[in-house]
Write a protein of this length. Sequence first.
Length: 400
Amino acid sequence: MPAPARSASANDARIGPHRAVALLSCTALFAVAMAGMGAPTRAEDRLFDASRPLEVADQGVFSIPGGYVEVDKQTVMIGQMYVQYQIPRHRTRPYAVVMIHGGGQTASNFLATPDGRRGWADDFVANGYAVYVVDQAGRGRSGFFGDSYGKTRKPSAENVEQRFTAPERKQLWPQARLHTRWPGTGVRGDAAFDIFYASQVETIGDEALIEQMNREAGAKLLDRIGPAVLLTHSQAGVIGWSIADERPQLVKGILAIEPSGPPIRETVAKGAPDYFEDGMVARPWGVTRGKITFDPPAQTPGDLKLVRQEQADGSGLVRCFLQAEPARQMPHLRGIPILILVSEASYHAPYDHCTAKFLDQAGVKNSFVKLTDHGIRGNGHMMMLEKNNLEIAALLRRWE
């Protein structure tokens, strides 16, 4: 990501959430500067040893209000979002980064690793970015209201092991055997696993409700803090696309870390020999559950005429759903710099390329980057917590 035309002073950095980050706007176009990804240098290689000091000019918390509803003859608020921010003492980057966690998680994913190392939030602040981390609406510190939000899903220890921390044990997808980066054994009884699992929380079962509430809260957050880059992980991928559709002028880039996918249907990983089967239709609008802007306009998901690849793009990959040509375009996302990042061993490795292809066909140019393309191997889905998490953070910052 580019540096602004001038460095910010400590006084500039001490702005808090009540003033727009446009104070540090850069004269160079962010979209042009973020067009590709450069190769690392030896100086850059030293940035992921956590030696860069964390110097903060301002930090705090605030809440984005939701809406009032009546429950049992009492008025309550739902859809609110908890936000925690840090402004670096030496701010050198023009746009804040808003980090949005995935399903079953909270902002804690970005604050520290289970074995006590620096997390992505502090690392970005130490490298000159203002950072806002959120607990999704209906999650964690944002609050949960069962009478309004309905049934929940609870992350089991078995599922966390199989998907996140020790996929190499059951190898439900072909790439799972390559996983080596979790800090520990990845199973119950290991200290890092137990600490990570202790951070898991219930999630609203209605995924469409999650997306809609966070679309609205995310748009309000950008209205408050000004233009920003969205860093989304997993389930938050659909939230990032929908916020960008709602506030295209305020989203200056999207770092989509293994975003929710693939387009249209879920992929169920079941192990050898066939590995994959189709699941439910989960993203009927392609990359989102809720309606997103297309041109020509689409009134219902059925207006998107879909085709499926006859053959996958490679071994261990699923066949993608795409639009039949001529494909409808997604004008609100067009022109926003987008990076889609996938690790070597994640359950996303078989299908994240489909998300990139769907967006590209709809006129939304993006950089699809595999960590292996940059010599980073062995990572799983929770790469922000794994042993080389700061190496990956440095790679994200070199997207320019």
